[in-house]
Ligand binder design. Structure first.
Ligand SMILES: [Zn+2]
Length: 525
């Protein structure tokens, strides 16, 4: 007698072997038996005849930190078969911070992480983890480098040395001991980009000692602080010098370098040949998304959000800020649209191109962006406009499939589930890969399941997850594989996919017949 029996499906267990017909029996949160369970009873039976049963997917890059705290059921990931989200990405996360620092940093990050309740205890990684227990999906956390730097040095532009570095290293050690799976950094965001390679090596050594992963959005601010001025070379250098396992976030082609994956992965493969332990991650879209502060050099972020808001209000600083917007990532503003604003007064902006908003306001694009940042008190975000050429989009998608079929890539959605018009990657990345892109490129589902479930679970030490075998946690998906299709588009991004019929999290049915059940059996893992 099982609590739950998934009967008659074609099983892909994640190890990479071919699909086979097998039943899955579950007791409590755990898989009890796998095979021909014909004639066995269960309290609940899911008829998976005609469906493919796989381990739940692991999103290795999710910005659900705020949204999960507002609505633990937030279903964009779950409905794609994601049963574990790794949050606190790009060095952004809410612990370990005092109440004051948490409120300050949450405000600064609102364009990406939304607006979480501020009365929560975020004073340690252990406290933060408790806040994420009992959501619809499992949640795993890293020690976020941004919060770490805030805790020891505030928004100060200096690499950590001496006593400050010692305190930061102690906080990494404490966070790892309290259940973090590694350290994340985003070296285009502040205060993370105020670091240098020596600081990062010193922090990575602590991560290495605890068997964790150094997860990095590679530097493209203050590049003179990186070896050869290259963010990816810096990441590989940190792996080589510290001996830490490195995971490179959203390292993919975009429209300008579509099709050039050999050049893209050359530094990765060179480091691997030297013995550096590297995994990598991508998502299947030709557009990106972040906050407009990304276009402002470090000097404008110094002192934190209040100081930045004061600078935004200072006419004397406008020319220098406009120069930063024009020169840091040339041409980017002309290919961007608003995805999120916090205020009702600007509710018409999400979905509108920067150039159109600027024209309507009768100001330059740069002035408009700075004005909106000020009006929204930084709680605004944008995404890039995808290339007009379908051929370029398809080339980027082909690259994503080719990368996922390597032995070192995972899928990190980079989903930002906040705002009125978010990038569709939050609602569509996993379904797009499993559905239309798999079919277009005739990619083996077994290999993709390994890349989307098993490989990330192993990489991040998610013990007992990403596999279907007796004793493993019952994180399971039953999909109608030919019918899996993402429906999230740039114009209508908050659409759940078709074809993901049932999702089980820790033995509890979280999605049944394609609908959320409301059950929140996720654990902090
Ligand atoms: Zn990200």
């Amino acid at each position: 007698m099982f609590d739950l029996l998934i009967r008659g499906g074609m099983l892909i267990d994640g190890a990479g072997g071919a699909a086979r017909r097998a039943d899955v029996g579950v007791n409590g949160a755990v898989i009890a038996d796998v095979g021909d369970l014909h004639g066995q009873d269960a309290a609940t039976v899911i008829d998976a005849d005609g469906l493919t049963v796989t381990p739940g997917f692991v999103d290795t890059h999710a910005h659900s930190d705020g949204s999960l705290l507002v609505d633990g059921q937030e279903a964009h990931a779950l409905r794609q078969g994601v049963t574990t989200q790794i949050i606190t990405q790009d060095g952004m996360g809410f612990a370990p911070l005092t109440h004051e620092r948490y409120a300050e940093y949450a405000g600064y990050l609102a364009g990406i992480l939304g607006e979480p309740p501020l009365e929560l205890d975020m004073s340690s990684i252990a406290a933060m983890r408790r806040n994420y227990d009992g959501k619809a999906t499992n949640v795993a956390v890293l020690v976020p480098h941004g919060a770490l730097r805030l805790a020891v040095a505030g928004f100060a532009d200096r690499p950590l040395r001496g006593e400050l570095l010692d305190r930061a290293r102690a906080l990494v050690a404490q966070g790892m001991a309290e259940g973090a799976h590694g350290l994340s950094t985003g070296l285009s965001y502040y205060p993370q980009s105020y670091s240098d390679t020596d600081e990062l090596v010193a922090l990575a050594e602590v991560v290495r000692d605890h068997g964790g992963v150094y997860v990095t959005h590679v530097r493209n601010h203050n590049n003179e602080r990186a070896p050869e001025g290259s963010g990816v070379i810096e990441a590989m250098t940190i792996g080589r010098r510290s001996g830490v396992a490195v995971h490179v976030s959203h390292y993919k082609t975009n429209a300008p370098n579509a099709g050039e994956i050999a050049e893209l992965v050359a530094p990765i493969d060179a480091a691997k040949r030297e013995g550096v332990d590297v995994t990598v991650e991508c998502y299947p879209y030709a557009a990106n998304s972040t906050v407009p502060g990304y276009f402002l050099r470090g000097e404008f972020h110094e002192g934190g959000p209040d100081a930045l808001l004061t600078r935004l209000a200072d006419p004397g600083l406008r020319p220098a800020m406009i120069d930063s917007l024009r020169t840091l990532f040339p041409g980017a503003l002309e290919r961007a649209c608003w995805s999120h604003v916090a205020s009702a007064a600007n509710a018409d902006l999400p979905g509108m191109a920067f150039v159109d908003v600027a024209a309507a306001r009768g100001v330059s694009v740069e002035e408009m962006v700075l004005d909106v940042m000020r009006e929204e008190r930084l709680a605004c975000g944008f995404r890039s406009i995808p290339p007009a050429s379908a051929a370029l989009t398809r080339a980027v998608e082909a690259d994503a499939i080719a990368l996922l079929l390597r032995d070192d890539y995972t899928l990190g959605s980079d989903g930002i589930p906040t705002g009125a018009m978010p990038h569709p990657r939050a609602w569509g990345s996993f379904a797009r890969v499993i559905g239309p892109l798999r079919r277009r490129h005739d990619a083996p589902l077994e290999a993709l399941v390994h890349a989307l479930a098993t490989r990330p679970a192993r990489r991040f030490g998610l013990t007992g997850r990403g596999t279907i075998e007796p004793g493993a946690f019952a994180d399971l998906v039953a999909m109608d594989a030919p019918r899996v299709h993402d429906l999230a588009t740039y114009e209508d991004p908050k659409q759940h996919p078709t074809g993901i019929e049932h999702v089980v999290v820790n033995g509890q049915i979280a999605v049944r017949d394609g609908q959320s059940t409301g059950v929140m059996a996720g654990r902090v893992v």
